[in-house]
Design a protein around this ligand. Structure first.
Ligand code: CTP
Ligand code: CA
Length: 223
């Protein structure tokens, strides 16, 4: 149940969240993916619902989704792109927490591939969903992306903020074992156009999700 003690600052707002690591098919039984669990995205969807939003969760993760959140199950980056496109125009905010595969196999084998002595696959680039939405964004829409980095974290995240026309990038150090991909905790930095980088100490992903949604609430207050 929504918390009736606090107000619902996102009432009437439509929030899209993407989550999980996309899966790029090689053949009918095999695919390439990454270590993203989808925990952060699912926690953000829940946090936005708790603040009153209508939430669409476009997810490549197998984490269960409660009925109060509209779930769109996707597998590949291209499917995720299509689903985001369908919802973006009517949305007030998009949070791209999915770990979208940068590449996809150039061809998908129709039948299960037989083993050979060695195997090379050719890949092509996937669409950049966040960048595409950044180019379509209206001034009243709030666009949040993530940056998964193992070095030069703040610097790389700052260039993603500009390059993708996002309002905030959540910079994420994915090179540490106790935080980030596939665990319950994370330590991140919020990179925005309006302030110095905001460090968010190591804490539960559910708490970081609340911080991200609170930042979005403030964005709507000021824009
Ligand atoms: N993203 C996206 N579509 C892609 C790749 C990434 O929408 N094809 C989004 C991610 O969901 C994330 C942000 O872009 O919100 C940054 O993703 P990241 O992998 O950190 O950066 P890239 O732009 O893909 O660059 P690189 O992997 O080279 O650092
Ligand atoms: Ca990438």
């Amino acid at each position: 149940m929504r918390n009736h003690i606090t107000d619902l600052p996102l009432k009437g707002k439509k929030v899209i969240v993407t989550a999980g690591g996309t899966k790029e098919r090689i053949d009918p039984v095999r695919y390439i993916t990454n270590d993203s669990s989808g925990k952060t995205g699912h926690a953000i969807a829940e946090a936005a619902w708790n603040k009153g939003a209508d939430v669409v969760l476009i997810t490549a993760s197998s984490i269960p989704v409660p009925d109060r959140i509209q779930k769109v199950a996707v597998e590949s980056a291209k499917e995720m792109h299509q689903a985001v496109l369908e919802h973006f125009e009517t949305a007030d905010s998009l949070i791209m927490s999915a770990a979208v595969s940068d590449y996809t196999p150039k061809t998908v084998a129709e039948n299960k591939m037989k083993k050979t002595d060695s195997l090379s696959l050719e890949f092509e680039k996937n669409p950049d969903i966040l960048k595409d939405m950044g180019s379509r964004k209206r001034a009243d829409q709030c666009l949040v992306g993530f940056a998964a980095e193992t070095e030069h974290i703040i610097e790389y995240a700052q260039s993603k903020l500009k390059e993708k026309n996002a309002d905030m990038i959540v910079a994420n150090d994915v090179g540490q074992k106790d935080r980030g991909f596939n665990v319950d905790n994370n330590e991140v930095t919020f990179i925005t156009h309006t302030s110095e980088p905001i460090p968010i100490r190591l804490k539960k992903k559910t708490e970081i999700a609340d911080d991200i949604v609170s930042w979005i609430v403030d964005f709507f207050k000021n824009n």
